[in-house]
Write a protein that binds this ligand. Structure first.
Ligand SMILES: NC(=O)c1ccc[n+]([C@@H]2O[C@H](COP(=O)([O-])OP(=O)(O)OC[C@H]3O[C@@H](n4cnc5c(N)ncnc54)[C@H](OP(=O)(O)O)[C@@H]3O)[C@@H](O)[C@H]2O)c1
Length: 436
């Protein structure tokens, strides 16, 4: 088979960009042998060339690097939503297909960028934007395309999973676990996008738009992060047989979609409970396949670069442009999602209350829950702590979120309560997510 050389421009040569250059260098022969394609990196655009290896074709002139007629595909790995957006727009207007890992940009401006690509007969590939090295977008676009997807449940933020694993397995506080994640390179100096759940929500927006044939925006998603999580709840959850994970959940309920990111109790027998450290996993529930699980490294230089190079190959082979023309699953071609309001969510709950040690308190709490049709599944009481508080931990059977929030407002006013109750949600997969 004759080899074809494909000229490309890399915009960004940081963690992911340098990984792409490394894979194309180290595996160039293997890729050529398998695909008949050899990639020629014509330009590498960066901010500060002095930081980068001199053997790369470095430039700070993004616009010329894109405009080079011999650069067929533009790989955007700068991140952010300003320079990256204008670079992608310039590329698409020139009819050049784009590969990107930029979940923030796609979540914010996906529909208009995809529409622009369509207008100029170009395509956008974005496997690396969600779950790093796990080929989850490929699975949704191809392997599972014959399924109606009923639910998607994912651990899609490695930073949070690393922090939660440290808190669970090593009894660390949130603050210490975050410091450890930063020291190990798993959390950024400003970790707010990760720990407040927004990064997971942006990925959920991208994945659920593909999975459920409706346009999901980050603002559609109910988001709670791990930054207010107390180590006590990890401990008590463990005593009840659960592990706390930050889950991104999209669940079809009739013709509506429930969309949420929050710390969640999963039973210790659940496969997601075993997903530790910086690993990611995504459970998909298909009408034909039932439960499938995708597991792997959700970030990092080479795993993410693997997804980028796979997109490069699919784009150069014409697979992505063809899929882009044929499939009606991209954000510019989708109707808005029909959202299940969070108050209508039905789920099980974990509650922890710190109360004064007085007779009859539990009866007062259960009476309030009962008046809101919330029944108890289990109960855990510990001895008096320093400061005179007694922790009471409850789990409930399935109840409406709205009913629980109303009950909590009443419980919060009970005189024996010493602080606001902690309320977390429990999932029970696979049972809960199979088709209704
Ligand atoms: N890191 C991961 O594990 C991971 C995983 C999945 C997705 N992603 C996504 O991949 C993208 C890149 O992430 P990263 O971790 O590789 O970022 P990074 O390490 O910060 O690298 C960014 C690169 O872009 C260059 N750059 C930034 N702004 C620029 C500008 N205005 N003009 C020219 N060059 C510019 C930087 O140049 P200098 O080096 O000269 O500063 C740097 O080489 C982001 O969208 C991110 O969300 C990352």
């Amino acid at each position: 088979m004759a080899e074809r050389t494909v000229g490309i421009t890399l915009l960004g040569c940081g963690v992911v960009g340098s990984g792409v250059a490394q894979i194309l260098h180290d595996q160039g022969d293997l890729i050529a042998c398998r695909t008949g394609l050899r990639f020629d990196i014509r330009h590498v655009a960066v901010r500060d060339p002095s930081k980068h290896p001199k053997d790369l074709p470095l430039t700070t002139d993004i616009s010329s690097a894109i405009a080079d007629p011999k650069s067929e595909i533009i790989v955007e790995l700068m991140g952010g939503t300003t320079t990256a957006a204008s670079a992608i727009e310039q590329s698409l207007k020139l009819g050049k297909s784009v590969v990107t890992a930029n979940k923030s940009l796609l979540a914010a401006r996906g529909p208009e960028l995809f529409a622009l690509a369509r207008k100029h007969d170009a395509s956008i590939a974005f496997e690396a934007s969600c779950a790093g090295g796990i080929p989850i977008i490929n699975a949704l676009m191809q392997g599972l395309v014959a399924n109606r997807i009923d639910a998607l449940v994912g651990i899609v933020n490695g930073t949070c999973n690393f922090i939660l694993t440290q808190m669970t397995k090593h009894a660390q506080s949130y603050t210490d676990a975050l410091k450890g994640a930063q020291a190990a390179g798993y959390a950024e100096a400003d970790p707010s996008m990760d720990v407040q759940g927004r990064d997971a929500a942006q990925k959920l927006a991208i994945l659920s738009s593909l999975a459920f044939n409706s346009l999901v925006r980050e603002s559609d998603i109910h988001i709670e992060g791990i930054d207010t999580l107390d180590a006590a709840d990890i401990k008590y959850s463990g005593e009840l047989g659960y592990v706390i994970k930050l889950l991104a959940i999209a669940h079809r309920r009739g013709d509506q979609l429930s969309l949420r990111v929050h710390p969640t109790l999963v039973h210790q027998d659940d496969v997601l409970a075993e997903v530790s450290g910086s690993f990611n996993a995504v459970s998909l529930f298909g009408s034909a396949t039932g439960h499938t699980l995708f597991y792997g490294r959700g970030a990092g230089k080479l795993p993410t670069a693997s997804a980028v190079v796979s997109d490069l190959i699919a784009t150069a082979m014409g697979v992505t442009p063809l899929a882009f023309k044929q499939l009606r699953i991209f954000p510019d071609a989708l109707p808005p999602t029909r959202l299940l309001p969070i108050e209508e969510l039905t789920t099980r709950f974990y509650l922890r209350m710190m109360i004064k040690d007085e007779p009859g308190v539990l009866a007062q709490i259960t009476r309030v829950l009962g008046t809101h049709q919330i029944s108890l599944a289990s109960f855990l009481q510990h001895e008096l702590l320093d400061g005179g508080a007694v922790p009471i931990v409850l789990t409930t059977h399935s109840a409406k979120e709205g009913a629980m929030q109303s009950a909590l407002q009443e419980i919060n006013k009970l005189p024996p309560l010493m602080s606001r109750p902690v309320c977390l949600r429990i999932i029970d997969q696979p049972k809960e997510f199979e088709a209704v």
